[in-house]
Design a protein around this ligand. Sequence first.
Ligand code: SF4
Length: 304
Amino acid sequence: MHKSKEDVAKLFAEKLGTDPRLTPEQLTLVARRTLREKYMQAEVGITGANFVIADVGAIAVTENEGNGRLSCAWPKTHIVVTGIEKLIPSLTDLALFWPLLATYGTGQRITVYNTIVTGPRQPGETDGPEEMYVILLDNGRTNILANEKTRESLYCIRCGACLNACPVYKNIGGHTYATPYSGPIGSVITPHLKNMDEWKHLSYASSLCGNCTEVCAVKINLHELLLENRHESVEEGDSPFTERMAWKVWKQAMLHRSYMNMGSSTMKNWVVNKFLIDWKKHRGDIEFPKKSFNQIWKEKYGSR
Ligand code: SF4
């Protein structure tokens, strides 16, 4: 997604020896020819599952390319790796979830390939793998389930609408998150799936504009959950000592006008710019105005 067609043509030329001036259609044909061969030779095909259907014991895979279908049909063994939150009660629920996923993901009414797999090849059938395994991943998901506030993030159907609407994601791209789940939903769940201390920064990388919440297919309160993560990380004591002290000082200053009025703007500039080292890593100097709001008010209206 983040490579231009020229980038792809160059990469193909380097790796596959093709002409670097190929058109997108020609590149697609090269990819198809090269990959088909690999699918046919593979012993094992690994896919995810968009949904796991409880009543019929099946998995549902949704895609626009057909590679998922090739992975589950051609190799001898099909392995499915999927999160436990993908479970839906019944086959009839797909009537809601398939169009929801397609519309919010890519604006299609229905995705190009929708496959339901109920198991390996049965006697008398000509296609399909000899064996099929479904691996249900927890990987921290039950932590999210146990947390009453963040539980709703498990409703996510991974449509990607919140990513496309997010001004941060649109500027920095998915790789920058350095985690499988990027964008707003990734920032909400990653600190719980991995650990808060190491991944809390993702919840801070947000303007809290609320675009994500507005577009979410299943109405998850994403921007509020980002705030909740920040709250939890502070409660758990994950913030550095200097930050905690800075907020304490700030609180006292906000509660006492006399503290706010203390010292000249030159002195305040010096203190703040000297000690807010982390804050200043990616920002310019803070400059206090010559006169405080309180002084301006007094000059204009007296001591009212
Ligand atoms: S959080 Fe909502 S919008 Fe984002 S991927 Fe999940 S379902 Fe789609």
